[in-house]
Design a protein around this ligand. Structure first.
Ligand SMILES: [Zn+2]
Length: 353
């Protein structure tokens, strides 16, 4: 039997001139981002080989999903949203914003040489830190698989442990904790893990609409507010539990575009359904995965009539929870009558007559 191996400690990635510590929450945990660094991206111990290193575990989509699922498993327990963003390949630790740097995620996932007895390492948030904060480096020298496979590390279990560090949690000695210092397979968090997370971030709270009262039905649907600058109805909401249903109403245009944006905001897989004033379903669409989780519906509706939008989870796993921005644009340009193309030369003056 393989002897348990120690997980990585944050020192591997930490800028030693700016020591950070655990126990500090991210500045804006509701708007965090994550990116997978392209192979060849510079790290302190050599170029990243994330994609090459994890290819034995399965397809890119499969192992990326396991890492996202690990972060999301923490996030759903607090007011934390982690949106997937592109990574520009700048060196880890590049000078920039600790959170909100547009070139890459707050959390960057890489693989590179780390200490021989470690599977991965992660850096917590630090006010005085660098863009290293949040970054996770998997070892490029140990075997990874998806699931509890002998003589290999389970990607989800390792990512779950490192995500705890990224969110500011130190090692725990509580039985079964995902942040135990020694490797073990974990299917989920323990109650002590969730308590430790909530001690830093609090519990996940309903969005501003749900705080005013349930808006699950047409009778209680929240009126969307029209944004004067864009001329569209906008609502920033959150599916806070798998059972949460958010209802909205708005006045339609003849052609209305309804968009639920989740990409870059959270890992939510939502379903959007549109009903007319009699409760008849007009249209419905769901995100298929957390990589492409925006939804767009272009609908021909009764101009000036009130319609209802229902937002609910499209999946019963952790990806059924997260924040989103819902937009209903009744001014779809396609709704305007087509202009007759200007006639430059109708050939009515081609002759002298
Ligand atoms: Zn650790």
């Amino acid at each position: 039997m393989r002897s348990p191996r120690r997980f990585g400690a944050f020192e591997q990635l930490e800028d030693r001139s700016l020591p950070s510590s655990f126990g500090v929450a991210w500045a804006d945990p509701g708007h965090m981002t994550l990116s997978f660094v392209p192979d060849g991206t510079a790290t302190p111990t050599g170029p990243s080989s994330l994609f090459a290193s994890l290819t034995a575990a399965g397809t890119t989509t499969a192992w990326e999903r396991e890492i996202l699922r690990a972060f999301q498993t923490w996030a759903v327990n607090a007011n934390i949203n982690i949106g997937l963003v592109a990574d520009g390949g700048q060196a880890l630790g590049t000078v920039g914003a600790v959170q909100g740097d547009a070139r890459f995620g707050d959390i960057r996932i890489a693989a590179a040489p780390i200490s021989a007895d470690e599977a991965a390492a992660a850096s917590p948030f630090s006010w005085t830190g660098t863009t290293f904060a949040g970054d996770v480096t998997f070892s490029n020298a140990v075997p990874y698989r998806i699931g509890n496979v002998a003589s290999a590390y389970d990607i989800f279990s390792v990512a779950l442990h490192e995500a705890g560090h990224t969110l500011g949690l130190d090692h725990s000695t509580a039985p079964g904790s995902a942040t135990n210092a020694t490797y073990a397979y974990h299917a989920q968090l323990t109650a002590s893990d969730i308590a430790a997370l909530r001690a830093l971030y609090g519990a996940r709270l309903p969005d501003e609409f749900d705080l005013l009262g349930p808006n699950d039905t047409r009778a209680t649907a929240s009126a969307m507010v029209k944004d004067a600058t864009v001329g569209a109805y906008v609502a920033d909401g959150d599916l806070t539990t798998l059972g949460d249903v958010d209802g909205y109403k708005f006045k339609a245009g003849a052609l209305t575009t309804i968009t639920l944006q989740a990409k870059g905001l959270s890992l939510l897989q939502a379903r959007v359904s549109v009903y007319d004033s009699t409760g008849k379903l007009v249209a419905s669409a769901a995100a298929q995965d957390s990589f492409n989780n925006d939804i767009t519906l272009n609908l021909a509706l009764a101009n000036g009539a009130t319609y209802f939008i229902k937002v609910e989870s499209a999946t019963s796993d952790v990806f059924g929870i997260g924040s989103y921005r819902l937009t209903a644009d009744p001014n779809n340009k396609a709704a305007k009558p087509l202009r007759t193309p200007p006639v430059l030369d109708a050939h009515t003056n081609d002759t002298l007559a």
